[in-house]
Design a binder for this molecule. Structure first.
Ligand code: HEC
Ligand code: HEC
Length: 270
């Protein structure tokens, strides 16, 4: 038996990778968890393109590289990726840290999504409430599953003026950037790498996603993003006027006194 062990190990390594999980069903589960925030298959575009038929549109090698490391392909200026980025409002697809086996099962699923009954999609949201969304955003209403308040990492509209989180991007126009069904879908799974770590075990409820969606759409429509700038201009103006005044009082006797006066006196005496 002892002699057989190394042989068993070698045999395991020699098995074709296909012997491990790569079925459309595994792919569907991964797709549901990590991709439905930004993609549908046959349900139209969200923040990212509808992926129906994508395996005939692009070759398997390109798809594998893209799904594994979209950030790298964008950074390297891959022409297809660069054009897609421009078409999709400059929302970059994030690197989701998938393993080779996960990417392979995703490809198997994308190739044959019909093989999985029901498919994988984001759910439709119930109607949302703007003021409840605001309370949730600011952390005045605690999240049901215990996630942190959005405002600890984000600013939006006038919320976050001189404060508010800066780890995440400003969300004032997130509703515009992600589009109408796009934002609603992405709020359901929060498919952003930094947030996944925090929200994976404390996801938003559908109602919370709906309320935040309503709040962010309202911010996009009504927030005055230049308010922050205006406030800083005012602070700047008041500040410099104050300095001028202080300078005036400090040095107002200067023309008639000090070194200058003594120089004048000296030249008169000469
Ligand atoms: C945060 C949103 C987001 C998530 C999450 C996301 N994608 Fe994307 N995806 C995009 C965007 C946006 C594009 C278009 C290119 C770009 O802008 O970077 C894209 C493009 C693609 C493309 C190329 C489509 C084409 O027409 O060639 C494929 C394939 C793809 N994504 C698969 C996936 C898979 C599989 C997952 C889950 C593992 C996933 N995406 C997760 C946003 C996302
Ligand atoms: C721990 C910090 C943190 C918390 C808490 C957080 N986010 Fe984020 N969020 C980020 C970061 C960082 C990004 C940028 C993408 C990335 O790095 O994952 C982001 C990206 C986003 C985006 C995409 C914005 C864009 O312009 O592309 C949206 C929408 C978003 N967050 C919504 C929310 C909502 C809604 C909440 C509250 C339920 C929330 N976030 C809570 C850190 C956070």
């Amino acid at each position: 038996m002892k002699r057989l062990l190394p042989l068993i190990f070698i045999a395991l390594f020699l098995l074709p990778p296909a012997a491990f999980a790569q079925t459309p069903a595994d792919g569907a589960a991964i797709f549901q968890e990590k991709c439905t925030g930004c993609h549908t298959i046959g349900g139209g575009n969200l923040a990212g393109p509808d992926l129906q038929g994508v395996t005939t549109l692009r070759d398997a090698d390109w798809l594998t590289r893209w799904i594994s490391q979209p950030d790298k392909m964008l950074a390297n200026g891959d022409p297809v990726a660069t054009q897609l980025l421009a078409e999709f409002n400059n929302v970059p697809m994030p690197n989701l840290g998938l393993t080779e086996a996960e990417v392979a099962s995703l490809l198997a699923y994308l190739e044959n999504p019909a093989a999985v009954a029901g498919g994988a999609t984001a759910k439709p949201l119930p109607p949302g409430d703007i003021s409840r969304g605001q309370a949730i955003y600011l952390g005045q209403q605690a999240l049901a599953n215990g996630g942190p308040a959005c405002s600890s990492c984000h600013s939006v509209g006038q919320f976050g003026l001189l404060g508010g989180g800066t780890l995440g991007p400003d969300l004032t126009h997130a509703a515009f950037k992600y589009g109408d069904p796009g934002l609603a879908a992405s709020l359901q799974s929060l498919p952003f790498p930094t947030m996944q770590g925090v929200f994976k075990n404390s996801p938003l409820t559908l109602q919370e996603a709906a309320d935040l969606n309503a709040f962010l759409i309202d911010q996009d429509l009504h927030a005055a993003p230049q308010q922050a700038d205006t406030l800083f201009v005012v602070i700047g103006l008041v500040g410099s006027l104050g300095l001028l005044a202080a300078g005036h009082f400090t040095w107002r006797k200067r023309q008639n006194g000090g070194i200058r006066q003594s120089l004048i006196n000296k030249s008169r005496q000469a």
